[in-house]
Design a binder for this molecule. Sequence first.
Ligand SMILES: [Zn+2]
Length: 211
Amino acid sequence: MFSSILALLQSLFYPHCCPGCGEEVREPGVLCSRCREGVWHPRSFHPRSLDCPHVDGMFFLMDYAGAIQKTLQQAKFQGREDLLPRLGEEWARGIRQEGKFSWDLPPEVTLCATGIPTDPRRRKKRGYDLPEEIFRPWCRQEGYRWETLLIRNRSTRPQYGLTPEERKKNIKGCFALARQENLPDIVLLCEQRCLRLIQISKCMHSRKNRI
Ligand SMILES: [Zn+2]
């Protein structure tokens, strides 16, 4: 009773705003319907359409634009950790609705999910990791093990504001495996920029342990 009165008062004096456009929304951290529609663009890429022998498939839920860009920037630079569980819910709902793994997920494989590692200094300063906060709850629901499988060898410049060519150069060779033994058959690489999932098979074993 008391908590519902408190929630009512809070919504009257401090209304929740869409992180994309600032419009008032009912719950904290949710995108308004217009912002969601602006970036919602679920699509799968089948291995046959990808020119990469170790990638089994990719699934993108959103375009990296507008509301999703603003939301991630607030989470990265303004301490808005509270926005990330909401993005995680969008992801879980989106991939359930739109059909994950429209490519083949082989049976009887060892599998784990991991995120692209953040620069350790930036992670420490921020106190949380974006991919982990977004995707880990979904992994738990699906029964996928979440692991820190990749590490960064060196610091990089922030990718924000760089051209595609500069971005490539900036991160070249900066990732490595966190361990060499007992690697899973399949890795689900989770990336927050379009809420994206990349399924990789055995790439760790054949590219000199670097991706
Ligand atoms: Zn909005």
